[in-house]
Design a binder for this molecule. Structure first.
Ligand SMILES: Cc1cc2nc3c(=O)[nH]c(=O)nc-3n(C[C@H](O)[C@H](O)[C@H](O)COP(=O)(O)O)c2cc1C
Length: 252
Protein backbone atom coordinates (compact mmCIF):
# COMPACT_ATOMS: atom_id res chain seq x y z
CA UNK A 1 0.00 0.00 0.00
CA UNK A 2 3.05 2.28 -0.02
CA UNK A 3 2.09 4.16 -3.16
CA UNK A 4 -1.34 4.91 -1.71
CA UNK A 5 0.07 6.23 1.58
CA UNK A 6 2.96 8.07 -0.06
CA UNK A 7 0.95 9.96 -2.67
CA UNK A 8 -0.35 13.39 -1.88
CA UNK A 9 -0.89 16.52 -3.95
CA UNK A 10 2.48 18.19 -4.28
CA UNK A 11 2.17 21.90 -5.05
CA UNK A 12 5.69 22.96 -4.13
CA UNK A 13 8.46 21.45 -6.25
CA UNK A 14 12.22 21.65 -5.89
CA UNK A 15 14.08 23.86 -8.34
CA UNK A 16 15.88 20.87 -9.76
CA UNK A 17 15.40 18.47 -12.62
CA UNK A 18 14.39 14.84 -12.29
CA UNK A 19 17.13 12.21 -12.24
CA UNK A 20 17.89 9.96 -15.22
CA UNK A 21 15.90 6.99 -13.94
CA UNK A 22 12.84 9.16 -13.37
CA UNK A 23 13.18 10.68 -16.85
CA UNK A 24 13.50 7.25 -18.41
CA UNK A 25 10.35 6.11 -16.59
CA UNK A 26 8.41 9.08 -17.92
CA UNK A 27 9.73 8.61 -21.46
CA UNK A 28 8.35 5.09 -21.38
CA UNK A 29 4.82 6.04 -20.44
CA UNK A 30 4.55 8.26 -23.51
CA UNK A 31 5.58 5.46 -25.86
CA UNK A 32 2.37 3.48 -25.97
CA UNK A 33 -1.32 4.27 -26.03
CA UNK A 34 -3.00 3.50 -22.71
CA UNK A 35 -6.52 2.16 -22.44
CA UNK A 36 -9.16 2.68 -19.76
CA UNK A 37 -11.78 0.26 -18.44
CA UNK A 38 -14.43 1.65 -20.76
CA UNK A 39 -12.31 1.40 -23.90
CA UNK A 40 -11.10 4.99 -24.28
CA UNK A 41 -7.46 5.45 -25.19
CA UNK A 42 -5.02 8.17 -24.20
CA UNK A 43 -1.59 9.01 -25.57
CA UNK A 44 0.15 10.57 -22.61
CA UNK A 45 2.02 13.79 -23.38
CA UNK A 46 4.55 15.56 -21.22
CA UNK A 47 5.76 19.11 -20.90
CA UNK A 48 9.20 18.84 -19.30
CA UNK A 49 9.78 20.49 -15.91
CA UNK A 50 10.51 24.20 -16.09
CA UNK A 51 9.82 27.25 -13.97
CA UNK A 52 7.59 29.03 -16.49
CA UNK A 53 4.54 27.10 -15.41
CA UNK A 54 2.41 30.18 -14.89
CA UNK A 55 1.53 29.84 -18.53
CA UNK A 56 -0.21 26.55 -17.77
CA UNK A 57 -1.62 26.94 -14.29
CA UNK A 58 -2.60 29.90 -12.23
CA UNK A 59 0.06 30.31 -9.59
CA UNK A 60 -0.79 27.37 -7.42
CA UNK A 61 2.22 25.35 -8.43
CA UNK A 62 5.61 26.54 -7.23
CA UNK A 63 9.15 25.50 -8.12
CA UNK A 64 10.13 23.53 -11.20
CA UNK A 65 7.17 21.56 -12.47
CA UNK A 66 6.32 19.65 -15.62
CA UNK A 67 2.84 18.81 -16.87
CA UNK A 68 1.32 15.50 -17.93
CA UNK A 69 -1.83 15.48 -20.07
CA UNK A 70 -3.63 13.78 -22.91
CA UNK A 71 -6.66 14.05 -25.16
CA UNK A 72 -9.74 11.91 -24.64
CA UNK A 73 -13.33 11.76 -25.89
CA UNK A 74 -15.52 14.49 -24.49
CA UNK A 75 -17.95 12.10 -22.80
CA UNK A 76 -18.74 10.69 -19.36
CA UNK A 77 -16.87 7.48 -20.17
CA UNK A 78 -13.98 9.46 -21.62
CA UNK A 79 -13.60 11.39 -18.38
CA UNK A 80 -13.81 8.23 -16.25
CA UNK A 81 -11.13 6.53 -18.34
CA UNK A 82 -8.94 9.64 -18.26
CA UNK A 83 -9.04 9.59 -14.44
CA UNK A 84 -8.28 5.86 -14.41
CA UNK A 85 -5.39 6.00 -16.88
CA UNK A 86 -3.74 9.06 -15.40
CA UNK A 87 -4.06 7.89 -11.80
CA UNK A 88 -2.33 4.63 -12.70
CA UNK A 89 0.51 6.72 -14.10
CA UNK A 90 0.49 8.85 -10.96
CA UNK A 91 0.86 5.79 -8.71
CA UNK A 92 3.79 4.64 -10.86
CA UNK A 93 5.34 8.10 -10.62
CA UNK A 94 4.88 8.03 -6.84
CA UNK A 95 6.88 4.79 -6.79
CA UNK A 96 9.64 6.61 -8.72
CA UNK A 97 9.55 9.40 -6.16
CA UNK A 98 8.09 11.92 -8.60
CA UNK A 99 5.65 14.37 -7.01
CA UNK A 100 2.28 14.96 -8.70
CA UNK A 101 -0.82 17.14 -8.42
CA UNK A 102 -4.04 16.94 -10.40
CA UNK A 103 -5.21 20.29 -11.75
CA UNK A 104 -8.81 20.33 -12.91
CA UNK A 105 -9.85 23.90 -12.49
CA UNK A 106 -6.69 25.92 -12.39
CA UNK A 107 -5.00 25.23 -15.67
CA UNK A 108 -4.93 27.21 -18.85
CA UNK A 109 -7.43 25.34 -20.99
CA UNK A 110 -6.71 27.48 -24.03
CA UNK A 111 -3.06 26.48 -23.94
CA UNK A 112 -3.91 22.78 -24.14
CA UNK A 113 -7.09 22.76 -26.16
CA UNK A 114 -6.93 25.87 -28.28
CA UNK A 115 -10.01 28.03 -28.56
CA UNK A 116 -12.32 25.04 -28.73
CA UNK A 117 -12.22 21.31 -28.35
CA UNK A 118 -10.08 19.34 -30.80
CA UNK A 119 -12.89 17.65 -32.68
CA UNK A 120 -14.60 15.64 -29.99
CA UNK A 121 -11.42 15.37 -27.93
CA UNK A 122 -10.52 17.38 -24.89
CA UNK A 123 -7.89 17.68 -22.15
CA UNK A 124 -10.11 17.23 -19.07
CA UNK A 125 -7.42 18.04 -16.51
CA UNK A 126 -3.63 18.15 -16.32
CA UNK A 127 -1.17 16.78 -13.79
CA UNK A 128 1.74 18.85 -12.49
CA UNK A 129 4.81 16.77 -11.69
CA UNK A 130 8.38 17.18 -10.60
CA UNK A 131 11.12 16.65 -8.04
CA UNK A 132 10.00 17.20 -4.46
CA UNK A 133 11.10 16.68 -0.93
CA UNK A 134 9.02 13.65 -0.15
CA UNK A 135 7.50 13.40 3.24
CA UNK A 136 5.52 10.28 3.94
CA UNK A 137 2.08 11.32 5.12
CA UNK A 138 1.23 8.82 7.79
CA UNK A 139 -0.97 11.16 9.72
CA UNK A 140 -4.69 10.82 9.16
CA UNK A 141 -5.85 12.79 6.16
CA UNK A 142 -9.06 14.64 5.73
CA UNK A 143 -11.15 11.83 4.37
CA UNK A 144 -14.58 10.34 4.92
CA UNK A 145 -14.71 7.20 7.04
CA UNK A 146 -15.53 3.81 5.52
CA UNK A 147 -19.06 4.08 6.90
CA UNK A 148 -19.78 7.04 4.61
CA UNK A 149 -18.53 5.50 1.38
CA UNK A 150 -18.71 1.70 1.57
CA UNK A 151 -22.03 -0.06 1.87
CA UNK A 152 -23.49 -3.51 2.33
CA UNK A 153 -26.06 -4.55 -0.32
CA UNK A 154 -27.58 -1.07 -0.61
CA UNK A 155 -26.58 2.57 -0.36
CA UNK A 156 -26.83 3.94 3.17
CA UNK A 157 -26.29 0.60 4.88
CA UNK A 158 -22.64 0.78 6.04
CA UNK A 159 -20.53 -2.31 5.57
CA UNK A 160 -18.62 -3.48 8.61
CA UNK A 161 -15.00 -3.83 7.55
CA UNK A 162 -12.26 -5.43 9.60
CA UNK A 163 -8.51 -5.17 9.11
CA UNK A 164 -8.28 -8.81 7.99
CA UNK A 165 -10.96 -8.47 5.30
CA UNK A 166 -9.35 -9.51 1.97
CA UNK A 167 -10.72 -6.32 0.42
CA UNK A 168 -9.49 -4.04 3.20
CA UNK A 169 -6.59 -2.61 1.16
CA UNK A 170 -8.81 -2.03 -1.86
CA UNK A 171 -11.36 -0.12 0.26
CA UNK A 172 -8.63 1.86 1.98
CA UNK A 173 -7.00 2.69 -1.37
CA UNK A 174 -10.28 4.20 -2.61
CA UNK A 175 -10.83 6.07 0.64
CA UNK A 176 -7.41 7.74 0.35
CA UNK A 177 -7.67 8.53 -3.37
CA UNK A 178 -7.41 12.14 -4.53
CA UNK A 179 -10.54 13.90 -5.77
CA UNK A 180 -11.45 17.35 -7.03
CA UNK A 181 -11.99 19.68 -4.06
CA UNK A 182 -11.52 16.56 -1.94
CA UNK A 183 -15.22 15.76 -2.47
CA UNK A 184 -14.71 11.98 -2.48
CA UNK A 185 -17.77 11.23 -4.62
CA UNK A 186 -17.29 7.44 -4.82
CA UNK A 187 -19.84 5.23 -3.10
CA UNK A 188 -19.25 1.48 -3.17
CA UNK A 189 -21.94 -1.13 -2.63
CA UNK A 190 -20.89 -4.72 -2.01
CA UNK A 191 -23.32 -7.43 -3.03
CA UNK A 192 -21.86 -10.92 -2.69
CA UNK A 193 -18.74 -10.97 -4.89
CA UNK A 194 -19.63 -7.80 -6.80
CA UNK A 195 -18.78 -4.25 -5.80
CA UNK A 196 -20.78 -1.52 -7.51
CA UNK A 197 -19.29 1.91 -8.01
CA UNK A 198 -21.69 4.85 -7.76
CA UNK A 199 -21.00 8.55 -8.03
CA UNK A 200 -22.62 10.85 -5.52
CA UNK A 201 -23.74 13.60 -7.88
CA UNK A 202 -24.32 16.13 -5.12
CA UNK A 203 -20.58 16.48 -4.78
CA UNK A 204 -18.88 18.46 -7.49
CA UNK A 205 -19.15 19.60 -11.08
CA UNK A 206 -20.09 16.43 -12.94
CA UNK A 207 -17.13 16.33 -15.30
CA UNK A 208 -14.56 16.45 -12.53
CA UNK A 209 -16.64 13.95 -10.55
CA UNK A 210 -16.31 11.52 -13.46
CA UNK A 211 -12.53 11.88 -13.36
CA UNK A 212 -12.69 11.16 -9.62
CA UNK A 213 -14.60 7.95 -10.29
CA UNK A 214 -11.88 6.71 -12.66
CA UNK A 215 -9.30 7.58 -10.02
CA UNK A 216 -11.21 5.59 -7.39
CA UNK A 217 -11.38 2.60 -9.73
CA UNK A 218 -7.62 2.71 -10.33
CA UNK A 219 -7.04 2.76 -6.57
CA UNK A 220 -9.41 -0.16 -5.96
CA UNK A 221 -7.53 -2.19 -8.59
CA UNK A 222 -4.23 -1.30 -6.96
CA UNK A 223 -5.53 -2.66 -3.64
CA UNK A 224 -6.58 -5.91 -5.37
CA UNK A 225 -3.38 -6.30 -7.36
CA UNK A 226 -1.04 -6.04 -4.39
CA UNK A 227 -3.09 -8.80 -2.73
CA UNK A 228 -3.08 -10.88 -5.93
CA UNK A 229 -6.87 -10.95 -6.11
CA UNK A 230 -8.37 -11.65 -9.54
CA UNK A 231 -11.16 -9.43 -10.80
CA UNK A 232 -13.06 -8.28 -13.85
CA UNK A 233 -14.97 -5.10 -14.56
CA UNK A 234 -18.57 -5.48 -15.64
CA UNK A 235 -21.41 -3.12 -16.52
CA UNK A 236 -24.61 -4.28 -14.87
CA UNK A 237 -28.08 -3.39 -16.02
CA UNK A 238 -29.47 -1.95 -12.81
CA UNK A 239 -31.97 0.67 -11.74
CA UNK A 240 -30.77 4.22 -11.26
CA UNK A 241 -30.98 5.69 -7.76
CA UNK A 242 -31.81 9.36 -7.20
CA UNK A 243 -28.73 11.56 -6.64
CA UNK A 244 -26.37 8.72 -7.57
CA UNK A 245 -25.01 7.62 -10.90
CA UNK A 246 -24.07 3.99 -11.36
CA UNK A 247 -20.67 3.74 -13.09
CA UNK A 248 -19.30 0.20 -13.13
CA UNK A 249 -19.04 -2.96 -11.06
CA UNK A 250 -16.05 -5.09 -10.24
CA UNK A 251 -16.45 -8.83 -9.87
CA UNK A 252 -14.06 -10.54 -7.50
C1 LIG B 1 -9.88 15.83 -10.85
C2 LIG B 1 -9.08 16.61 -9.83
C3 LIG B 1 -8.89 17.98 -10.00
C4 LIG B 1 -8.12 18.71 -9.08
N1 LIG B 1 -7.91 20.04 -9.31
C5 LIG B 1 -7.08 20.73 -8.47
C6 LIG B 1 -6.76 22.10 -8.75
O1 LIG B 1 -7.24 22.67 -9.74
N2 LIG B 1 -5.91 22.74 -7.92
C7 LIG B 1 -5.35 22.11 -6.83
O2 LIG B 1 -4.56 22.74 -6.12
N3 LIG B 1 -5.65 20.82 -6.52
C8 LIG B 1 -6.48 20.12 -7.32
N4 LIG B 1 -6.77 18.78 -7.05
C9 LIG B 1 -6.16 18.11 -5.88
C10 LIG B 1 -7.17 17.86 -4.74
O3 LIG B 1 -7.46 19.08 -4.11
C11 LIG B 1 -6.58 16.82 -3.76
O4 LIG B 1 -6.43 15.60 -4.43
C12 LIG B 1 -7.47 16.58 -2.54
O5 LIG B 1 -7.63 17.76 -1.80
C13 LIG B 1 -6.90 15.48 -1.63
O6 LIG B 1 -5.60 15.80 -1.18
P1 LIG B 1 -4.35 14.86 -1.50
O7 LIG B 1 -4.26 14.67 -2.99
O8 LIG B 1 -3.15 15.61 -0.96
O9 LIG B 1 -4.53 13.52 -0.81
C14 LIG B 1 -7.56 18.06 -7.94
C15 LIG B 1 -7.78 16.68 -7.78
C16 LIG B 1 -8.51 15.95 -8.70
C17 LIG B 1 -8.69 14.48 -8.52
Amino acid sequence: MDMIYDRYSVRKYLKQDLNDKQKEYLDNITKYEQQGILGNKVNVKLIKPNTKHLKFSYGMIRGMAGYMYGYVDYSTNGYIDYGYIMEKNILGMTRMNIGTCWLGGTFNKKFFCGESKMGNKIVPAVIAYGAYESKRKDKARKRKGFEEIIFDKELGNSLSISRDDVLYDAYEAVRLAPSALNKQPWRLVKKDNIIRFYQNTKSVEMNLGNIDMGIGMAHFEYGLNINKINYSWIKEDIEEIKDYIYCMSIKI
